[in-house]
Write a protein of this length. Structure first.
Length: 259
């Protein structure tokens, strides 16, 4: 299937590793140019260079912290300078670990800024560019935890639930401008982040730990690969998914325990 993405510009936050990098590489594989963002400029530039080398498309690195207004503005300006965005994937994010009783206000605000305000500011700023180019697509990367919480991370669960609702509200507004908005709720996706956590918890038997997590949570009894998720996300952002509007899609190997 031709995803009709050749020559489009896709903006992906958190694009230096893990899921964001997988999504960026998949867009590039389909002939799209990408603007990738993360805070660590060295890792980001290396990732962008590898994308250009491997797929022959343009990969623009923009080192910025999306949890700040200035960071979002830098991305919006860089996308405009490249001719304007056609696609936006709000992906940057991270897990948390706390109890409601102990977590200070600052921690709640930091995660609110990272998971929600980044999506608010970037979608607002990039929408004008997309409209000027005839329309586009936006994808919020929330989490299964937006609807089925894990007990140790109430701040993550709550801010991802807010992102899911934001995507729905944004969709109604944006479709009038020919911009489709959807949300993806991944389950267990094997990223360096998960592997590092497993190593910290279990040392040499870290792979056994990951298997235990998969056995406990996912009916399919394994983690998903970044590529499995990225293929789904890139399809959703492509013109071939033109009737998918304002929906949330679980990519979770059967982890969700409700209908
Ligand atoms: P990783 O930790 O592997 O990658 C996170 C990326 O985001 C990195 O590129 C990181 O780069 C960047 N990033 C983090 N904070 C910021 C910031 N403030 N500004 C700009 N960039 C930032 O995470 P994953 O790939 O595992 O997760 C990606 C997204 O998917 C997250 O939103 C996560 O919640 C979601 N998700 C992941 C699941 C999983 O199982 N892996 C399951 C469900 C959802 P740098 O540190 O240099 O800024």
């Amino acid at each position: 299937m031709d995803l009709e993405l050749k020559g489009k510009l896709a903006v992906i936050t958190g694009g230096s590793k893990g899921i964001g990098l997988g999504i960026a590489r998949t867009f590039a594989r389909e002939g799209a140019n990408v603007l990738v963002n993360a805070r660590d400029s060295k890792a980001l530039e290396a990732a962008a260079r590898a994308i250009s080398d491997d797929f022959g498309t343009t990969a623009i690195p923009v080192a910025a912290d999306v949890s700040t207004a200035e960071g979002c503005e830098a991305i919006i300006k860089a996308a405009a300078a490249a001719g304007g965005a056609d696609i936006f994937v709000s992906n940057a994010g991270t897990g948390s670990n706390e109890t409601v009783a102990d977590a200070p206000d600052e921690k709640w605000m930091d995660f609110w800024n990272l998971h929600v305000m980044a999506a608010v500011r970037l979608s607002r700023g990039l929408a004008d560019q997309m409209e000027a180019r005839g329309g586009g697509a936006m994808l919020m990367n929330a989490s299964i935890c937006a609807v089925q919480p894990l007990w140790y991370e109430p701040i993550y669960n709550t801010t991802k639930a807010a992102l899911l609702m934001f995507g729905k509200c944004l969709s109604s507004e944006m479709i009038k401008r020919n911009i489709r908005v959807n949300t993806v709720n991944p389950g267990l996706i094997r990223t360096p982040d998960w592997e590092n956590t497993a190593r910290e918890l279990r040392g040499e038997s870290w792979e056994a730990y990951l298997q235990e997590v998969a056995d406990e949570h996912a009916d399919i009894r394994r983690f998903g690969t970044v590529e499995e998720l990225a293929d789904f996300c890139v399809f959703l952002c492509s013109p071939r998914a033109s009737y998918s509007v304002g929906s949330a899609y679980h990519v979770d190997g059967g982890m969700l325990k409700t209908v």
